[in-house]
Design a protein around this ligand. Structure first.
Ligand SMILES: Nc1ncnc2c1ncn2[C@@H]1O[C@H](COP(=O)(O)OP(=O)(O)OP(=O)(O)O)[C@@H](O)[C@H]1O
Ligand SMILES: [Mg+2]
Length: 342
């Protein structure tokens, strides 16, 4: 095999069958570069993500980490610079303008953070929810009953005849979820839908997203800064520097109802890279590189400094017998050259 063939085979193996099979959302090394006034910003830097149908997932991350960029691409409002993104079988990187419009109408529903951006101010709650159904060609009676059903499910039936300026912020967002659900989308995207709301109101809006997920089976991906909201979700994905970095998974609690113990995982990308959380690396002064040690059931990660060599296994020698860093380094090079000789 030539070098090029080897590279191609490697790429095919990595992107080949299997990755994201059966998933609703698949992002494969997704890149989005913005260039403005000669400056390039890499908002997404090879992001990998797989979300199964029917999941309710929260996404967190520092400001500027690329959350909205990802949401806009998934919503069909923006296109990736490179990489692959598939939603419900649609390849979002290669859609025509017409397909994109169709995709936005029938596959995804989107809720913005700004309450005022989601609803038309001169229409009532009911009329707002009916509007997408009218575009879809539904009959008057179907429109009415479907819109009322949605408002009921979201706990805002009392807002049917009110205009947005007669609703609270939380009510507006719940009606907005109804608008997003009207076209019976497969995927519901919400970019900080509770960002402008107080905690209690945010919980009600989040409850409406949970109801949509549980009762309609729609897959939900919600960006949030709200720790209380993310604590109510089984899977929380953290984005850092344009990539998925860590995930927190919560098990079903054993005492019935609610979610139990949370475990944080680092995401291993398709090339085997993983990002260590800053809190962990900073505490140990880890920079540039780490030393790895393969154990039968785990991998040890050690700071790259002789003075910080592991002292847990084997058992640490007595304090006064501690070798100096130089001795450790000498011993290490001796054993390496010994191996090379043998
Ligand atoms: N239209 C644009 N033109 C140029 N740069 C952009 C554009 N949109 C976003 N960016 C840049 O891309 C990066 C990611 O932005 P993004 O809006 O996705 O972040 P975010 O995670 O949603 O942040 P926040 O939590 O503040 O909403 C940022 O550095 C941002 O400045
Ligand atoms: Mg954002």
């Amino acid at each position: 095999m030539t070098e090029l063939e080897t590279l191609r085979a490697d790429a095919a193996r990595r992107s080949g069958a299997g990755y994201g099979e059966g998933a609703l959302i698949v992002c494969d090394r997704l890149v989005r570069i913005y260039s403005a006034e000669g400056i390039e910003v890499q908002a997404l830097q090879g992001l990998d993500l797989v979300i199964a149908p029917g999941e309710l997932t929260a996404m967190v991350g520092a400001s500027g980490s690329g959350k909205s960029t990802l949401m806009n691409i998934l919503a069909g409002l923006d296109a990736p610079t490179a990489g692959v993104v598939r939603v419900a079988g649609h390849d979002l990187g290669s859609m025509s303008a017409r397909e994109r419009v169709q995709y936005r109408r029938s596959v995804v529903g989107f809720i913005w953070q700004q309450t005022s951006r989601n609803l038309l101010p001169y229409l009532t709650g009911l009329q707002n929810v009916e509007l997408p159904l009218r575009f879809a060609g539904a009959s008057r009676s179907v429109r009415r009953s479907r819109a009322l059903e949605l408002l009921e499910m979201l706990g805002v039936a009392h807002c049917a005849r009110r205009r947005p300026d007669e609703m609270s912020g939380g009510e507006q967002q719940r009606v907005a979820i109804g608008v997003a659900l009207a076209g019976a989308p497969t995927l519901l995207l919400a970019d900080e839908p509770t960002g402008e709301l107080d905690t209690e109101t945010a919980a009600a809006v989040f409850g409406a997203l949970q109801a949509a997920n549980a009762e309609l089976g729609v897959t939900v991906l919600v960006v949030t800064h709200d720790l209380e909201v993310s604590a109510m979700v089984r899977r929380v994905i953290a984005i850092a520097d344009g990539r998925t970095s860590t995930e927190t998974l919560r098990s079903d609690s054993t005492d019935g109802g609610g979610l139990g113990h949370a475990v944080e995982y680092a995401v291993v990308d398709r090339s085997g890279r993983l990002q260590l959380p800053h809190e962990m690396t900073d505490a140990l002064g880890i920079r540039d590189r780490v030393r790895l040690e393969a154990e039968p059931d785990h991998i040890g990660v050690w700071p790259d400094s002789p003075s910080a060599l592991p002292t847990t296994s084997p058992a640490p020698p007595a304090a006064d017998a501690q070798p100096s860093p130089i001795e450790v380094a000498d011993a290490a090079s001796a054993s390496i050259s010994g191996q090379a000789d043998g």
